[in-house]
Design a protein around this ligand. Structure first.
Ligand code: URA
Length: 277
């Protein structure tokens, strides 16, 4: 079966059971990725795209590559754990702290070559303290699986660590406000600096616009390589958007997302899994 057909079909058919409870902190519990991190990559991304509009949150317009040394796996674990346990869990830097159940720091391999960045926790994530564990997370798991990886081989985080929602009932998720992004995003930048992935996939508008310091639309951003702090960035559609489009019978965004992920696979030299008969 060809590459073109493997992704979208898999994503809509599989479902993955997930434990409901908050696990041990990622820094202690996560096994190192069997992929060798920071290898030389087989293809080079295109140069950074010029951005036309101002950022939605304060962030340098042209992000400089990180200059700090690459850390050992143990140091990455310690630093991520210290940030999660010592800073993020008790964070009161914005108003989202008043309505949260749990902060959602992020999880995955501390030496991941591939990092996914979403916008912020939804209801299920707020309840469990884990990123992407609701319906969008199940689709994200299938997208990662179609790339030939397991979820725990990647690192998954969000721009903001607490759920943003409108007053209910029912309390509906909303995009984080610029001041919430400004308050929280330094944690994300430090996560990226510690993990130093080779590729970041930004999922949807808030993550892509924050990381790329732009107001350009997803249609303009997705499918093209960018860089952030020296890391290659591929923006693609958010899994929640893919689910909404699929419900309406529109499979084109899913096809586009799969094409974006195939570029990431080529960049990382990943081989898609063989389809079972
Ligand atoms: N959507 C996101 O952007 N992040 C999550 O963690 C869950 C849903």
């Amino acid at each position: 079966m060809g590459l073109e057909t493997v992704g979208p079909a898999d994503w809509s058919e599989l479902s993955i059971a997930r434990p409901p409870a908050r696990p041990e902190p990622v820094t202690r519990a996560t096994a190192a990725s069997p992929l060798t991190p920071h290898q030389t990559t087989p293809t080079q991304p295109a140069p950074v795209q010029a951005v036309a509009a101002p950022a939605i949150a304060p962030s340098p317009p042209a992000s400089e590559p990180f200059l700090s040394p690459i850390l050992s796996i143990e140091d990455r674990r310690l630093r991520l754990f210290a940030m999660d346990d010592g800073e993020v869990r008790g964070c009161t830097k914005c108003g989202l702290c008043h309505s949260r159940t749990h902060t959602v720091f992020g999880e995955g391999a501390v030496d991941a070559r591939l990092m996914f960045i979403g916008e912020g926790p939804g209801h299920t994530e707020d309840q469990t303290g884990r990123p992407f564990v609701g319906p969008a997370g199940m689709l994200l798991d299938r997208m990662i699986g179609a790339m030939g990886l397991r979820r725990e081989q990647a690192y998954i985080a969000n721009v903001v660590k607490c759920r943003a929602h409108l007053p209910g009932p029912p309390a509906k998720d909303r995009a984080p406000a610029p001041e919430e992004v400004a308050a929280c995003s330094p944690y994300l930048e430090r996560q990226v600096e510690i993990i130093r992935p080779e590729v970041i996939v930004t999922l949807g508008v808030p993550a892509s616009q924050f990381v790329l310091s732009t107001r350009l639309s997803m249609s303009r951003l997705r499918g093209n390589w960018h860089t952030w702090h020296g890391v290659a960035v591929m923006p693609t559609w958010h899994p929640s958007y893919l689910l909404r489009c699929e419900k309406e019978g529109n499979l084109e965004p899913k096809r586009q997302a799969w094409s974006d992920l195939q570029k990431v696979m080529a960049h990382l030299g990943l081989i898609p899994p063989k389809k079972s008969a």
